[in-house]
Write a protein that binds this ligand. Sequence first.
Ligand code: FE2
Length: 269
Amino acid sequence: MKLAFIGDIVGRPGRVMIKEHLKKLRREHAIDFVIANYENASHGFGLTVKNAHELLESGIDCMSGGNHTWDKKDILPLLESLPLLRPHNYPEGVPGSGCRIFDVAGEKLAVLNIMGHYGMPYVDNAFRCARDTVAQLKAEGVKHIFLDFHAEASSEKRGMMMLLQGQVSGIMGTHTHVGSDDLQIAHGTAYVTDIGLSGCRDNVIGMDAKVPLERFLTGMAGRFEVPEKCRKILQIAIMNLEEGRCTEAFKLKIFDDGRTIRTDAWREG
Ligand code: FE2
């Protein structure tokens, strides 16, 4: 099974890159299933109904969320009707789910979305939730499990990798928007601390630099905006999965000026 993962899609620039490149990438690399993180896809915060449909029609099969899942309230009914996840470790009773099982190329693939703790809303223990959910999925005979771990701290992400390596097909970090250079296959688990945003690459985490710089210089709050014009990037990991293990993984950084940079995963174990 060929699986692809795209991290935080930030605003229109991110959506434009998906629309322009994803279907071609699917054909070129024979990708069976694409997961992407939607939580910043609409104006940088949350996801509108219109953008949810637009992204799913652009070649994404399932979308995961994070702390901004709830920013656009019209998404609530879509958590049930569309293949959209929110972090699984929100307390019981919160709408939606953070775990779904899909039939892909004749096999079962579970997509799991968990949120970390540092700098995040109060949620149930991320590590216990991940460990117990993975154990349950394996008991149900689900072979392929992919986790989008939406967290700020690289230590939490490394910890999750150490907890689940060898048990799941992939763990990829989102939320920081800044890609980390540690793509690896550890005991059959594809891992990267953060895959990085898809959207503007020449600002501050995909947002117009003016407001964050004002905040840093004065301490005064302001509302982040996605720039109208910017230099764009699409960041995507492509994995080959066999018998629940990742056998090959690489990341593509696709720039809107025509450049592509490929990074292959290193192997551990
Ligand atoms: Fe986030």
